[in-house]
Design a protein. Structure first.
Length: 243
C-alpha cells in the first residue's frame, strides 16, 4: 500500500514541541505507523513530490496566514490544486483547510466574528449525511484555534459543518478533497497549551482564558473524521490498483 504524505506548513508552539511536530501529531491521531507516512516540509522550501505516489495527502496547520501569500504557500496551493483535480485524496487541517479552499477558488480572510478558540460544538449540515467522513456525526465537539477562516468555500464545494463562530468548519470539494477548520489531532493537553499561550491576546479581546481552559474536553468524534479519511483514501487506492 502506498504511504501517506503530510505537508508540514507550520510548527507547534515552542512549549509543545517536545511532543513532536504537527505531522507527528496528525500521524498518531490518524492511527498510522511511521513507516506509512512521508513528510514534506514545504514551510522550509522542500520540493513537493509527485502526489500520485501517495495514498493520500494531509496538510497541517500553521502560524502563517494564507492571506500573506507567502511563496512556499502559493507554490503548495498550486500543487494542491493540481492534485485535487487529479482526484488525489486531500485532507487539510486549519491552515491546510484554508489553503485547499484558496487553491480551489474559495476565499480566505480574517474571521469577522473574531478568534475561535477552545473546545467548541460543531454541527453538521444536511450535506454531511451523504459524506463518508461526516455521516452520522450530528453535533460533536472539536478543538479550535484560528483567526482566519474560509469566508467563501470553493465553487461547487459542499459545506459539511458549522460552528457558532464559523460558517465553514468543514467542506468537501469533488469526491476526495476535504478541509476541516478544527484540529482533530489535538489532545486536551495540546488545546490547553494553546489557550494558555494566548491568554494575553484573549484578555485583550474580552475573553477569559480560564473559562476556556475549564471548558476543554476530549473530542473523539472530531478524531474519527480524520481516521475515516485514512480509510477512504486506502479504499480509493485499492480500487485504483484493481482497476
Amino acid at each position: 500500500m502506498k504511504p501517506f504524505l503530510i505537508l508540514e506548513t507550520g510548527r507547534p508552539l515552542p512549549q509543545l514541541r517536545r511532543h513532536g511536530g504537527f505531522g507527528h501529531w496528525i500521524r498518531v491521531a490518524a492511527g498510522l505507523h511511521a513507516r506509512d507516512v512521508r513528510h514534506c516540509h514545504v514551510l522550509d522550501g522542500e520540493a513537493l513530490p509527485d502526489a500520485a505516489d501517495y495514498a493520500g495527502v494531509l496538510v497541517t496547520g500553521s502560524g502563517a496566514m494564507v492571506t500573506e501569500r507567502l511563496d512556499w504557500s502559493e507554490r503548495t496551493a498550486d500543487w494542491l490544486r493540481d492534485a485535487a483535480h487529479a482526484g488525489q485524496p486531500l485532507f487539510g487541517i486549519c491552515y491546510g483547510h484554508q489553503l485547499i479552499a484558496h487553491a480551489l477558488g474559495g476565499t480566505v480572510d480574517y474571521n469577522p466574528r473574531g478568534r475561535e478558540m477552545g473546545t467548541v460544538p460543531v454541527a453538521t449540515s444536511a450535506a454531511a449525511a451523504a459524506d463518508p467522513l461526516f455521516t452520522g456525526l450530528g453535533e460533536f465537539d472539536a478543538q479550535t484555534t484560528h483567526l482566519q477562516t474560509v469566508t467563501a468555500p470553493p465553487p461547487a464545494a459542499e459545506v459539511l459543518a458549522r460552528s457558532g463562530r464559523d460558517d465553514c468548519q468543514a467542506f468537501r470539494w469533488g469526491e476526495a478533497a476535504w478541509g476541516v477548520q478544527f484540529h482533530p489531532e489535538f489532545s486536551t493537553h495540546m488545546m490547553r497549551g494553546y489557550i494558555q499561550a494566548r491568554a494575553d491576546a484573549l484578555a485583550a479581546e474580552g475573553s477569559c482564558h480560564r473559562q476556556l481552559l475549564a471548558a476543554v474536553k476530549p473530542a473523539p468524534l472530531a478524531r474519527r473524521v480524520l481516521r475515516r479519511f485514512i480509510h477512504v483514501a486506502h479504499a480509493r487506492a485499492r480500487n485504483r490498483k484493481s482497476a
